[in-house]
Design a protein around this ligand. Structure first.
Ligand code: HEM
Length: 408
C-alpha cells in the first residue's frame, strides 16, 4: 500500500459510507401507504404510525434549542474529546444535551454481544467485498435517493464532499471494528453524534431557500428516510453478495444483520421499524427503497464527484471508466442511465463476462478463463476498496453539529 496514505485513501474513498449516509424518497411514493407490519420488526409490535411522519422528537427538540440559543460551538468542542464508548461524557455540556446523550448511548436490551462479535469476524473475513459494495453500490445508490441527495447537497457538508465523505466513512469503518459497540470501541459515540447531526439538519435545512426550492417536503430525515438509507447500505450489500453467489453461512448473515439492527436503533430508529430478519428487510426495502429511487440534478452532481474521488485512489489505477462500468454492472442500466454513466466500450463487456468467473475463482478455486491482467485489475478493485474500508484515518475525524447550510 505504498503511496496510498490512509488520509488519501479515506478521502478519495468517499464512496464508502458517505455513500451510505446520503438518502431519499420521491413524491409519488411519498403518497403511497406504509403497509409494512411492525410484526416483522425487532419489537414484534408497534403502534404502526407511518414513519414518514415520525422524526426523533426528543433529540430534535434539544438540538433545535441549542442551535437557537447559540451554544453549538462549545458543544462541538466537547464532542471532539468524547471518543470511546465507555468514556464518561466530558463535563460542560448543557444539562439537557447531557441527558439526551446519556440516554442515546444506551444499547438496546436486545443487543447480543455474541452476534456482534461474529459480525466483526464476518467483516474481517468479507471486508474485501463489503468495502467495494459500501462504496460502489451503497455510495452510488445514495445519489439516486432524491431526499438524501438533496439533503446532502444543500446541507453544510455538501460544499465540501471530501470532508463529508471522510466523516461518513468513519461510521463505515467503526461498524466493522472488533469492539464496535463494546467498551473501548467507537461506534456508540459515532452513532450518538450522527443522531445529533441529523437533528440539526432537520432544524437547519428548512431554513435553506435552495433546499426549499428543490425538495418537496417539510422536515427532512424522517424515520422512513433513515430506513431507506439503511437499506441502501445493509440490505443492498447483502442482496448483492448473494447475487454474486458469495457463500455466507446463516450465522454470518444473522450476525451482520444484527450489527445493522443495533446501528439503526442507535441512530434513533424506533424498534418497530427495524426488520427482524433478512426476509423482512427485503420486504420492507421493496416497499420503501425501490420505489423512491429517481434521478435529480443534485444526485448526478454528487455521483460525478464520487466517481472522480474514487478514481484518484492509489494514483488512478482504478480508472474512471472501470469505476463507471462497475457502477453500471452493480446498480444496473436504469440507475446508470439516470446518472449519465454510459456503458463503457471496453470495461463493461469485460466486467459482465469475467466478474462472475472471477468471484468463482476466488471463492471456489476454479480456473479463471480471462487474462492475468483482467484478474489483476479486478483484484486491485477489491484491494483498493478494502484498504479504504479497513483503514482508520491517521488523523482524528470529528463528527460535529453543523451550524448552517451549504453556503450559497
Ligand atoms: C450526516 C450517517 C441517514 C442526511 C451524517 C453523518 C453520518 C451519517 C455518519 C456524519 C457525517 C458528517 O457530519 O458529515 C447516516 C446513516 C444513515 C443516515 C448511517 C442511515 C442509516 C441519512 C438520511 C439523510 C441524511 C436519510 C437525508 C435524507 C445527512 C446530512 C448530514 C448527515 C444532510 C450532515 C451533512 C453536513 O455536515 O452538513 N449521516 N445517515 N442521513 N446525514 Fe446522515
Amino acid at each position: 500500500m505504498e503511496g496510498l496514505s490512509r488520509r488519501k485513501a479515506l478521502l478519495a474513498g468517499g464512496t464508502l459510507g458517505a455513500v451510505g449516509a446520503l438518502g431519499m424518497a420521491a413524491p409519488a411514493s411519498a403518497r403511497a401507504l406504509w403497509t409494512w407490519s411492525p410484526r416483522g420488526s425487532v419489537a414484534g409490535a408497534g403502534v404502526g404510525a407511518d414513519p414518514r411522519t415520525v422524526w426523533d422528537p426528543d433529540v430534535d427538540r434539544v438540538i433545535s434549542a441549542l442551535l437557537d440559543q447559540g451554544g453549538v460551538s462549545q458543544v462541538n468542542e466537547l464532542l471532539r474529546t468524547w471518543i470511546t464508548n465507555d468514556q464518561p461524557l466530558p463535563s460542560g455540556f448543557p444539562d439537557d444535551v447531557r441527558e439526551l446523550m446519556e440516554h442515546a448511548r444506551q444499547l438496546p436490551s436486545w443487543a447480543d454481544h455474541d452476534k456482534l462479535a461474529q459480525a466483526h469476524d464476518f467483516n474481517r473475513r468479507r471486508g474485501l467485498y463489503l468495502g467495494v459494495l459500501y462504496g460502489m453500490a451503497s455510495g452510488m445508490m445514495s445519489t439516486v435517493i432524491p431526499k438524501e441527495a438533496r439533503a446532502v447537497y444543500y446541507s453544510y457538508g455538501g460544499a465540501n464532499m471530501k470532508d463529508r465523505i471522510s466523516k461518513t466513512a468513519k461510521l463505515g469503518y467503526d461498524i466493522g471494528t472488533r469492539d464496535a459497540y463494546a467498551p473501548g470501541g467507537e461506534m456508540t459515540v459515532t452513532c450518538v453524534k450522527t443522531r445529533m447531526v441529523h437533528a440539526a439538519v432537520r432544524h437547519l435545512l428548512p431554513q435553506s431557500p435552495q433546499w426549499n426550492r428543490s425538495a418537496p417536503e417539510g422536515i427532512p430525515i424522517s424515520q422512513a428516510d433513515l430506513m431507506v438509507t439503511w437499506h441502501s447500505l445493509a440490505t443492498t450489500v447483502m442482496q448483492t453478495m448473494r447475487e454474486w453467489q458469495i457463500p455466507i453461512s446463516d450465522g454470518d448473515a444473522e450476525a451482520y444483520l444484527h450489527s445493522w439492527q443495533v446501528t439503526a436503533h442507535m441512530l434513533g430508529v424506533r424498534d418497530e421499524y427495524i426488520p427482524v430478519s433478512w426476509d423482512e428487510a427485503d420486504r420492507q426495502a421493496e416497499q420503501v427503497l425501490d420505489p423512491v429511487l429517481a434521478p435529480t440534478p443534485e444526485g448526478r452532481d454528487l455521483a460525478r464527484i464520487l466517481l472522480e474521488l474514487g478514481s484518484e485512489l492509489d494514483g488512478g489505477v482504478l480508472s474512471e471508466p472501470l469505476l463507471r462500468a462497475f457502477t453500471r454492472y452493480t446498480l444496473g442500466d436504469r440507475i446508470a442511465d439516470w446518472l449519465d454513466i454510459d456503458r463503457e466500450p471496453v470495461h463493461s463487456p469485460m466486467i459482465e463476462t469475467f466478474w462472475p468467473p472471477f468471484i468463482a475463482a476466488r471463492e471456489f478455486g476454479l480456473g479463471f478463463p480471462g487474462s492475468d491482467e483482467t484478474y489483476w485489475l479486478f483484484d486491485e478493485l477489491l484491494r483498493q476498496f478494502v484498504l479504504l474500508y479497513l483503514s482508520e484515518a491517521d488523523y482524528p475525524i470529528s463528527i460535529e453539529i453543523p451550524q448552517g447550510n451549504r453556503p450559497s
